[in-house]
Design a protein around this ligand. Structure first.
Ligand SMILES: [Zn+2]
Ligand SMILES: [Zn+2]
Length: 380
């Protein structure tokens, strides 16, 4: 799991924060941790970089959306590549005036951004019962997803003739110009405003999708939940995410994150099942066997050996959950023995227990019992 701090926490803002407040928060944190202001604090530089990284992601609408959905653990890995975020050189003057925005927007190709060739990935959470997690199940979900508009087959136009090449950008969708930032000159490529980066002008937009070529549609997706699956596992359904915004792209993927309902008495430890069993003092001393219904359909027989102590466990192999991903066999059921205390005692039971106490007393001084208990503990 990622040890990285939450980007919103790094900037000290909440998740609903507006774009302008993100900028404000960044400005103030970046000034606070700027290395020029903290020459003797080696931590400041790391904090400065952390603040930059958080701002780079949260100030970019696409990246923020991905982060909100997946956190640091996004499909396809870190947007920075294997090396992680490298930091950018911002002078402290930039933080008072402006001029830092273009540095950040260029991190993701900013101005030179190409139209996404793939639709967005989607993540939905889906709850399955404990029993289904044991057996595996073929499941089905109905989701609303941005799909290629059926009325215009994604062209966005009412008629096929109604589409013409954008004259402003000659159909490229992008325009390049030279921009001056202080002493620097840089070439900036931006989406063409006339066509919104599409390279096409639609004269008579499709009524169903308002010319966007995509429309929200509900569709059914079928998928298999494998036996033994663990909570938090994400199933990937390739191509079931959003349709791309341009005609040539591919749809994104749909991720279904499985959450497993709690069982009435079992806890999971991987493929092992853990449970606690309250047993009376008499049953611990004399031994007993207890049968309970089990998720595999057969009765689970728990044998408590005579002389068992509370805190000991009884392991029943091969009755836990199936090992996931085609592994053979099953985990174990582990039963923790607990001493069941009676709630209420009748007068006569109390009297019997007092007699019993006299019979059971070892007669040895209490310190001897304490010492032998300690020896036992050290040996085990
Ligand atoms: Zn349409
Ligand atoms: Zn254009």
């Amino acid at each position: 799991m990622s040890q990285k701090r939450d980007y919103y926490e790094v900037l000290g803002v909440d998740r609903k924060v507006s774009d302008s407040d993100i900028k404000k928060a960044f400005r103030s944190k970046a000034r606070e941790f700027h290395p020029d202001k903290n020459p003797d604090d080696p931590d400041a530089e790391a904090r400065f970089k952390e603040v930059q990284e958080a701002y780079a992601i949260l100030s970019n609408p696409d990246e923020r959306k991905k982060y909100d959905m997946f956190g640091h653990d996004r499909p396809g890995g870190s947007p920075w590549g294997a090396g992680g975020f490298q930091g950018v050189n911002i002078s402290i003057d930039d933080l008072f005036g402006g001029g830092f925005e273009s540095i950040f927007s260029s991190l993701f190709g900013g101005g030179t951004r190409r139209r996404p060739s793939r639709g967005a990935d989607l993540l939905i959470r889906h709850v399955v019962s404990f029993q289904d997690a044991f057996n595996g199940v073929d499941d089905e979900l109905e989701i609303d997803v941005l799909n290629r508009c059926e009325s215009c087959d994604g062209s966005g136009s009412q008629t096929p003739e109604g589409v013409r090449v954008c004259p402003t950008c000659d159909g490229r969708g992008r325009l390049t110009r030279i921009e001056r930032i202080g002493p620097f000159q840089q070439q900036v490529t931006q989406d063409c405003r006339a066509c919104g980066g599409d390279g096409r002008i639609i004269q008579n937009p499709c009524k169903t999708c308002a010319g966007k070529g995509r429309a929200e549609q509900s569709k059914k997706v079928k998928f298999s939940v494998p036996a033994g699956i663990d909570s938090g596992t994400r199933l990937r359904l390739s191509g079931h995410g959003e349709s791309p915004s341009n005609l040539n792209g591919k749809p994104g993927n749909l991720y279904i994150e499985i959450e497993i309902e709690e069982h009435d008495w079992f806890e999971r430890d991987g493929s092992d099942l853990l449970m606690a069993l309250p047993v009376s003092y008499v049953d611990l001393v004399l031994g007993t066997s207890i049968e309970i219904p089990h998720i595999d359909g057969s009765t689970l027989k728990i044998i408590v050996n005579a002389g068992s102590k509370p805190g000991e466990t009884v392991t029943i192999p091969n009755r836990g959950l199936p090992y996931p991903r085609g592994g053979r066999g099953r985990g174990a059921v582990m039963v923790l023995l607990k001493l069941a205390m009676p709630n209420k005692l009748s007068r006569s039971t109390k009297k019997q227990l007092k007699e019993l106490k006299e019979n059971l007393g070892s007669g040895a001084p209490v310190t001897d019992d304490i010492i032998s208990e300690a020896r036992e503990r050290r040996r085990s």
